[in-house]
Design a protein around this ligand. Structure first.
Ligand SMILES: [Zn+2]
Ligand SMILES: [Zn+2]
Length: 145
């Protein structure tokens, strides 16, 4: 396991203890697989990857577990226009590129945007806690097909 994944897992175990979430083997495995994934998997994809190792794990459990993790801020849901939600372990602020053909989701950093002040009209609306960019389009691989 890479160091960052180990750190994420340790942080996860601490956060679970603080939140009073029981550390079940299923929860640990679901989190570990998500932490190691770089493709922002859906619950279905994650379930397919885990079911070999944990044959009794149901898709419903994966859904509910991810929901619990999102509620406790351990996992983020990626905003997509698809009906299937995609997930990632909550981490440093970043933005997403989504290919509408192959559905691949890629992370990118945009310091300029992160630092930029929002327009006056938005500030008048209330308090913004986070802002994310989701750019949709067609990736280079799909363009060249
Ligand atoms: Zn693509
Ligand atoms: Zn991401």
């Amino acid at each position: 396991m890479e160091d960052t994944h180990k750190q994420q897992l340790t942080a996860f175990e601490d956060a679970c203890r603080k939140a009073g979430l029981r550390l079940t083997p299923q929860r640990i495995e679901i989190f570990r697989y998500l932490a190691e994934a770089s493709d922002h998997p859906s619950a279905e994809t994650l379930h397919l990857r885990l079911v070999d190792k944990m044959p009794t794990l149901s898709l419903d459990t994966v859904y509910r577990t991810l929901g619990t993790f999102v509620e406790h801020g351990l996992v983020s849901k990626v905003q997509t226009v698809e009906s299937q939600a995609r997930f990632e372990v909550a981490q440093l602020l970043h933005h997403h590129l989504i290919c509408q053909k192959c559905k691949e989701i890629i992370d990118f950093q945009w310091q300029f945007f992160d630092d930029a002040a929002l327009p006056e009209t938005v500030r008048a609306w209330g308090r913004v806690e986070r802002k994310n960019v989701v750019a949709y389009g067609t990736c280079i691989d799909c363009l060249s097909k």
